[in-house]
Design a binder for this molecule. Structure first.
Ligand code: GAR
Length: 217
């Protein structure tokens, strides 16, 4: 993976295949889409760890079915966000994780994670950022009455869905849509977009310069 940032070019030579950790808090349908793409050889990567902040999250079942190791924690057991992130970092480093994929991980991250992983940590959000960041991007867009919404994959910078945008997929809002039908099509778009972007990163095609992301051929 080659990442450049504002002229200060960082060349990160990953072991091949790329070692990935997925962070998730809920159902894990995006984890599943990624795990299937890795299993089917569509991405040159291995999924080495799932990090989860909810011991009852369904993503943990999915991880087990793909035989992916998990690190689960309860934030309330720690004095601060930094404290549990130190433990996460230790788990990532022990496995040589090169890319973090946040797929429904519903927590902001601090410099403990951002500093070592900037340019190597991405997030998927269910709206066309910078519109409707934060919780319930699908519901926010639906309530607002937009005609076009979608999914965004971006680098994580510690803000609330504010990092440089890598790729977006638009989803039209239809007159007859309910929140549920719109949500289904956005999730479908996410399940295509996320594996595609991770594949680009695994192939070393994504470069970052300031806020501008380029996908190289
Ligand atoms: C996804 O729609 C993802 O974009 C969203 O959580 C959902 C997780 O679904 N993330 C955010 O809203 C982050 N701001 P999943 O657990 O089935 O993958």
């Amino acid at each position: 993976m080659i990442v450049s940032n504002g002229g200060d070019e960082k060349a990160v030579a990953p072991s091949v295949p790329l070692k990935i950790a997925v962070f998730a808090s809920g159902s894990g349908s995006n984890f599943q889409a990624l795990a299937e793409a890795v299993r089917d050889g569509r991405i040159n990567a291995t999924l080495d760890l799932v990090v989860c902040d909810k011991p009852s999250a369904y993503v943990l079942e999915r991880a087990r079915s793909f035989q992916v190791e998990t690190f689960t924690f309860s934030p309330k057991d720690y004095p601060s966000r930094q404290a549990y992130e130190e433990e996460i970092i230790a788990n990532l480093q022990a496995r040589g994780i090169e890319l973090i994929v946040m797929a429904g991980y519903m927590r902001l991250v601090t410099e403990v994670l951002v500093e070592p992983y900037y340019g190597r940590m991405i997030n998927i959000h269910p709206a066309l950022l910078p519109a409707f960041p934060g919780m319930d991007g699908i519901g926010q867009a639906f309530e607002y009455g937009v005609k076009l919404t979608g999914a965004t994959v971006h680098f994580v910078d510690g803000g609330k869905d504010t990092g440089p945008i890598i790729a977006q997929q638009a989803v039209e809002v239809r007159d007859q849509d309910t929140l549920e039908t719109l949500g289904e099509r956005i999730h479908q778009a996410e399940h295509e977009l996320l594996p595609q972007v991770v594949g680009w990163i695994a192939d070393g095609r994504v470069s970052l310069n300031g806020r501008i992301v380029t996908i190289n051929n």
